[in-house]
Write a protein that binds this ligand. Structure first.
Ligand code: FES
Length: 110
């Protein structure tokens, strides 16, 4: 049985984050939003880089695998963290590796 390492922080059980849902987790000193899109998990910095809104409360577009910030509508690609609504091509939220071990979801931090 694979076990979590020191760099992996538990988010929740798989059953607690169903497709189309998101969750905030404080992992070490990071604020992370974890998203379930069609059964795949993604994690990005939860604080919107525009003005700090919590992205886990944004609108998830499952078809495009994106989240739209609910304050001013900036849109982030969940796999890459890229802000796809921004005219510049180099605006990104930080992303994190997500692992599922024994029906529990973990994010890799540090
Ligand atoms: S705070 Fe997210 S778009 Fe403005």
């Amino acid at each position: 049985m694979e076990t979590a390492s020191d760099s992996q922080v538990k988010v929740c059980n798989v059953s607690e984050l169903t497709p189309g849902q998101s969750k905030y987790v404080k992992a070490k000193d990071k604020d992370i939003g974890v998203f379930n899109v069609g059964g795949k998990f993604y994690a990005i910095d939860n604080m919107c880089i525009h003005a700090g809104a919590p992205l886990n409360e944004g609108f998830i577009n499952e078809e495009k695998c994106q989240v739209a910030c609910n304050w001013h509508g900036w849109i982030f690609d969940l796999p890459t963290g890229k802000c796809v609504s921004h005219p510049r091509q180099d605006v990104f939220a930080g992303t994190y590796v997500v692992k599922v071990l024994n029906d529990e979801i973990f994010v890799e931090v540090g």
